[in-house]
Design a protein around this ligand. Sequence first.
Ligand code: PHE
Ligand code: CO
Length: 259
Amino acid sequence: MSLRGDYNLAASDFSVEQDWAAYSAEEHALFRRLFERQSKLVPLYACPEWIGAVAGLDVGSGIPKFDQVSARLRAATGWEIVAVPGLIPDEAFFTHLANRRFPVTVWLRKPAEFDYIVEPDVFHDFFGHVPLLFDPVYADHLHEYGKGGLKAMRLDAVKMLARLYWYTIEFGLMKTAAGMRAYGAGLISSGGELAYCVTDPTPKRLDFNLEKALRMDYQIDRYQTTYFAIDSFAQLMRETAPDFTPIYAKLRALPALEP
Ligand code: PHE
Ligand code: CO
């Protein structure tokens, strides 16, 4: 896969300087337009934890300064943002998460990609992922996921664990008092799928099932056909807490599931 970012200046942990001064006025304006579109949707379709966190984040005026947000995150849950050129290798990614550092891509999509982009950019990473890092239970869960990722590498089980990430962190739904809501970052940052995942009658919305999520393949270039819905981040934390070693051993022998 060819990656879009500039990896030449990256450190050995794949971090870079954000170089906020280098963003153009057009890029800040595009970020604002993306923000404004999503801001109309999230009150209806995002989970309350996300909505509560973003209210305290001043991100409507353009591409945020990661350092400023990191200072607030550190105070809230001990997480920080680390700027990266784009997608990074598994081991670097898991190591950052295992140290409560969330990698955020520095570049912004082009105007032609307003509605649709396959690779994560700064809008997806920041708007979709960062607000939930202010939630203490979610924050601890993602930390555990990072440690679990390093373990999955040793057990040759990254593919299974990546499916779980897809169906929770990226495309997870939550059953709330207000009805079905999204907490997955791929949904929250999406102009089309955020309403679709909650309201469209077509996709399946299954109760969260760890083994099913670990086994289910996924497609990255279309709306999901199956979502998994959790009751709460506490439930997600509880169900992913067991040692996956015997689960990986058992599931490895079984066929993958179609979404
Ligand atoms: N409990 C998992 C393991 O033992 C790690 C993990 C935690 C995975 C949280 C996902 C989410 O491998
Ligand atoms: Co993402």
